[in-house]
Design a protein around this ligand. Structure first.
Ligand code: HEC
Length: 198
C-alpha cells in the first residue's frame, strides 16, 4: 500500500522528493498534512515555519531536530497581577507575550514580517482593522476566524481558522502585538476586552 501511494499522483511521486522540501517551505503543510495526514500518528509544529509536520519516524518522513526544539510559548502566569500594573508595563508585557503567540499561531500565514502572502493571506502591516481600526472586529476575527472578506480591494483565497482555544490573555497579547508592530499604531487591548467579546 505504501509503495502504491508513492506511485499515485497524490502527494509526492517519490518520497525522497518530499524529504527534500525545506522545513520552512509553504509546501510542508500541504504535502504532509494534505496527503499523508491519515498515515501520521502524531504531529509537531515547526518552530521555524509554524506549520504542522509529521513526527513519525516509522513512515519515513521523520522530524528534524529543529522541529523538536522548544518553541517560545506564551506563559499565562506572566499575567498574574496584570490589573495592578502601570499602563506602560501592561503594554510591554502584552507585546512581549504577544510576539510568542504570533510566532506560534499566526506567522505561518501572515508571515513574521506581517506582510502576508500573495492573495492567500493578507498583510497585517497597515491593515485597516489592525492599524488603529475597530478592536471589537479584530477580537471577533481571532475568536471565530474569517473568510470571504475583501481587504483593500483584494478577495483573499485563504481562510483564517478560529483561535478561541487561546486564552483571553494570549488573544489580548497577540492583538496588542499586531497593533504595535510593523509600523502599526493601534493601541492596547486588555484581556477583559477579549473576555467581554467571547
Ligand atoms: C491559516 C492561515 C491563517 C492563520 C494561521 C491566521 N490567519 Fe489571520 N487571516 C487569514 C486570512 C486568509 C485572512 C483574510 C480572510 C478574509 O479576507 O476573509 C485573515 C485575516 C486576519 C485579520 C483581519 C484583517 C482585517 O482587515 O479584517 C486579522 C486581524 C488576523 N487575520 C489576525 C490573525 C491572528 C492574530 C492570527 C493568529 C492568532 C492569525 N490571523 C492567524 C489567515 C490566517
Amino acid at each position: 500500500m505504501l509503495v502504491l501511494r508513492r506511485l499515485l499522483p497524490f502527494g509526492c511521486l517519490v518520497l525522497a522528493a518530499c524529504e527534500a522540501i525545506p522545513e520552512d517551505s509553504v509546501f510542508v503543510q500541504d504535502r504532509y498534512q494534505g496527503h499523508y495526514a491519515p498515515d501520521c500518528p502524531s504531529w509537531v509544529t515547526s518552530p521555524v515555519s509554524g506549520r504542522p509536520y509529521c513526527s513519525s519516524p516509522s513512515k519515513g518522513y521523520d522530524t528534524s531536530p529543529a522541529y523538536a526544539a522548544a518553541k517560545p510559548v506564551a506563559n499565562d502566569t506572566a499575567f498574574d497581577g496584570f490589573d495592578a500594573k502601570s499602563p506602560e508595563d501592561k503594554k510591554a508585557l502584552l507585546i512581549a507575550q504577544g510576539e510568542k503567540v504570533y510566532t506560534n499561531n499566526c506567522a505561518a500565514c501572515h508571515q513574521v514580517d506581517g506582510k502576508g502572502s500573495g492573495t492567500s493571506f493578507p498583510p497585517l502591516m497597515a491593515d485597516p482593522v489592525v492599524n488603529g481600526g475597530p478592536v471589537a472586529e479584530q477580537i471577533q476575527t481571532v475568536l471565530h476566524g474569517l473568510s470571504g472578506k475583501v481587504i483593500n480591494g483584494v478577495p483573499y483565497t485563504g481562510a483564517m481558522t478560529p483561535f478561541s482555544n487561546l486564552t483571553d490573555n494570549q488573544i489580548a497579547a497577540v492583538i496588542t502585538y499586531e497593533r504595535n508592530s510593523w509600523g502599526n499604531d493601534g493601541g492596547v487591548v486588555e484581556p477583559a476586552q477579549v473576555k467581554a467579546g467571547r
